[in-house]
Design a protein around this ligand. Structure first.
Ligand code: FES
Length: 119
């Protein structure tokens, strides 16, 4: 494990998000319903920022561009480029379906820590 301190817990209130750069990593930190998550701030499709991604009731992070949906806990693809209709599927063929990178998170000593070991 390679835990890296990324942000004070107080800096990420309930249902907020923040982009944090640490080393070579561009992370999106989220506080969703009081649970912290850290994901790569880059959609696996065309690498755009996920800062404005919506979170669905079933815990998927949805890219604002072509609405690919990724499980917030695992990064698994739930849906790949469904938007806009017809064109979205063609856009999806530009790059192969790929999971979103998610990182283990813990809080300790008033800070949020992210394990960047496998990145
Ligand atoms: S850029 Fe995210 S789904 Fe296309």
């Amino acid at each position: 494990m390679s835990w890296t301190k990324v942000l004070a817990v107080d800096s990420l209130p309930m249902d907020s998000r923040q982009v944090v750069k640490t080393g070579n990593h561009n992370l999106l930190l989220l506080n969703h319903n009081g649970q912290f998550y850290a994901v790569k701030n880059s959609c696996p499709h065309l690498k755009i920022s996920l800062k404005k991604a919506k979170i669905t009731e079933d815990g998927a992070l949805v890219c604002p561009m072509h609405r690919s949906a990724f499980d917030l806990k695992t990064g698994a693809v739930k849906e790949w480029t469904p938007w806009p209709p017809l064109v979205g599927k063609a856009m999806g063929m530009i790059s192969q379906e790929k999971a979103l990178s998610v990182f283990p998170v813990k809080t300790e000593e008033g800070s949020i820590w992210v394990d960047l070991t496998d990145s």
